[in-house]
Design a protein around this ligand. Structure first.
Ligand SMILES: [Zn+2]
Length: 163
């Protein structure tokens, strides 16, 4: 996953594949992929293709937009499935990191397992976030059943599970 700095690209400039590579720090294969996704050159018949800066900008803007995933309250982003997923029932767990967020809220990690691939899911949240209260039902009913399965946190973080 990469975010490209579109400010580097000049709208009215024509770029060769080589120039795009060095400008954005990508390899030729990446640009091949873009071409398959609809990134068109000025003259598609030519083997030594040139690309308009303006088209490159709009193509990349769309590409980055489509990768941005909006998560619903009880969803996680699964790094294996590359998409928003739900957790598996009875695997939800809430762990305090020991870090304070502001005066009264504490940082927590909500974890679960991917409903599709079983991969570990986690996301940061806060005890003051309504995300927690809306997920409370799921978390509460499961906390007792998954004893022993604790998140591995860096040593400087405490591991108190919220009750
Ligand atoms: Zn998954």
């Amino acid at each position: 996953m990469k975010n490209y700095n579109l400010n580097l690209i000049r709208k009215r400039h024509c770029y060769s594949i080589k120039e795009i590579c060095s400008l954005l720090g990508v390899c030729k294969v990446t640009i091949k992929n873009w071409q398959q996704k609809g990134f068109l050159g000025i003259d598609e018949r030519k083997t030594n293709k040139l690309f308009y800066g303006e088209i490159l900008i709009s193509f990349l803007r769309n590409l980055m937009q489509s990768r941005r995933v909006t998560l619903k309250v009880d969803e996680f982003y699964c790094l294996a499935c590359h998409k928003a997923v739900n957790g598996t029932p009875k695997t939800y767990q809430k762990t305090q990191t020991g870090k304070n967020l502001g005066f009264y809220a504490k940082q927590v990690i909500i974890s679960s397992k991917c409903e599709f691939c079983g991969n570990k899911l986690r996301k940061f949240s806060s005890t003051s976030c309504n995300e927690i209260s809306r997920m409370k039902k799921k978390i509460k009913t499961t906390n007792e059943e998954i004893k022993g399965e604790q998140l591995v946190l860096p040593k400087f973080l405490s591991q108190d599970t919220i009750k």
